[in-house]
Design a binder for this molecule. Structure first.
Ligand SMILES: Cc1ncc(COP(=O)(O)O)c(C=O)c1O
Length: 424
């Protein structure tokens, strides 16, 4: 304690010593204790929310930062990185927030936890509740979440309720339930979720050897994640770990773009909810709870909000897949949005941009399969695509080949592949 809060720093004796903390956070990774191995709780010096013995962890966090050389080259950037939050235990960034908020539920003595979800929150909550031995209930919009996510909440033993409404309708019903029953609310308005979700900001800085990237690009749904990351970077600045923060930009799907509309029409003073409609089901949210925080983060960091079409999302997702990384559609909006930020000169060639890939590609395999079979986008959606874009789609699409069980047939197929160029 005395070294971490060293009096040798002239600023204040109660202020942590960044050098000592940086060392401690790294050192914990070599420990065998679960709370040290967790990429959230190894930063627990900045998460003073529950006693160590109440922590519920699946050793979340510590996710990789990948280079994206093909996408960088296509965009004319010197380099581009992706922080893959889909590599968390339940396959999305939600785990980093859920470990924190669910630990608080345990420490507070709750028996029931609940959330409304577009799928990933419910998967994370169900898993952490199962680990803690709590009962959990998820409210999800019927027919509007990916099967991979629905299967997770069932597998982890949650009471899974599909309501005949959209995500925003589920939030409304849940709001009433928590007024009438002793249920702990685990939606992203829960402040402890944001505490956990701020830690990827610390990891990013660590992975960049404390050189601050210029841009962080985040998908926007309920708009909690951009706020949490903004908080994480702001804390690092405040505590003297860094001297500036990255610009945080939020990307929305055109069909679920209330923040984009708000900023365009009234500079983020008010937000008009929209009826959300996008295949990127994780961000199909028309009335985002944390929009005011998002406006503040954009303003304080100097970032932007962009919107991207279904065609642009599908192309970006295939491009991320072609890097050998993959992600779910909602995460792919980041690359699609970055293209616009580069085209408008907001992201420069020499600058470092990091895409936040929020969910694993296997979360929504149906989307991927439909894309590669050419069954995803409608003719109307493809209208307006340039010849160059059509060629790109064609080169990225890899339909399965069905053959008779003969070596000759397979060899002929390989020959045919040899005629086409190697993937760049
Ligand atoms: C994969 C994925 N990406 C992005 C988001 C959007 O995050 P937020 O709702 O915090 O804006 C979600 C939210 O459910 C998600 O599941």
């Amino acid at each position: 304690m005395s070294e971490l809060y060293s009096a040798s720093r002239p600023v204040s004796k109660n202020r942590p010593n960044p050098g000592a903390l940086r060392y401690l956070w790294q050192e914990r990774r070599t420990s065998t204790m679960a709370i040290d191995q967790s990429g959230v709780w190894r930063f627990r010096d900045l998460l003073p929310i529950v006693p160590d013995e109440r922590i519920v962890t699946l050793r979340e966090g510590n996710t990789p930062l990948y280079e994206m050389p093909k996408a960088a080259a296509a965009l004319g950037l010197n380099w581009l990185l992706a922080k893959h939050q889909g590599m968390n235990p339940t396959g999305s960034f939600k785990d980093t927030g859920m470990t924190a908020a669910l630990s608080v539920a345990v420490a507070s003595g709750y028996e029931w936890v609940a959330c409304a979800s577009t799928g990933n929150t419910s998967a994370a909550m169900a898993a952490y509740a199962a680990r803690a031995g709590l009962r959990s209930m998820v409210l999800i919009p019927e027919g509007k979440i990916a099967w991979g996510k629905l299967s997770q909440s069932m597998d982890y033993g949650s009471t899974t309720i599909q309501l005949r409404t959209d995500f925003d309708g589920c939030v409304r019903v849940l709001g009433e339930i928590v007024q009438r029953a002793p249920v702990y609310l685990l939606n992203s308005v829960n402040p402890y979720r944001l505490e956990g979700q701020k830690t990827p900001a610390f990891e990013i800085l660590e992975q960049c050897e404390w050189q601050v990237p210029h841009h962080i690009i985040v998908p926007g749904g309920n708009l909690a994640n951009c706020s949490a990351l903004g908080k994480g970077f702001a804390e690092m600045l405040h505590l003297g770990f860094i001297h500036r923060v990255p610009k945080i930009s939020v990307i929305q799907a055109e069909g679920a773009n209330p923040l984009y509309q708000s900023l365009r029409t009234n500079g983020g003073v008010s937000l008009e909810p929209v009826t959300a409609n996008t295949r990127a089901s994780a961000i199909q949210i028309g009335n985002p709870a944390s929009w005011k925080k998002a406006v503040r983060i954009l303003a304080s960091t100097g970032g932007w909000c962009e919107q991207v079409s279904e065609r642009e999302i599908a192309l970006a997702k295939a491009e991320i897949g072609a890097e050998g990384i993959g992600c779910e559609p909602a995460s792919a909006v980041t690359l699609a949005g970055l293209k616009k930020l580069v085209a408008s000169g907001r992201v420069g060639k020499e600058e470092t941009a990091i895409l936040l890939l929020t969910g694993h590609t296997l979360k929504d395999s149906e989307y991927t399969i439909k894309y590669h079979r050419g069954e995803l986008l409608t003719e109307a959606e493809m209208m307006g695509a340039s010849a160059e874009e059509l060629a790109l789609h064609a080169s990225l699409r890899h339909e399965p080949i069905v053959l008779d069980a003969e070596a000759d047939a397979v060899l002929r197929a390989i020959d045919a592949q040899m005629q086409s160029a190697l993937p760049a």
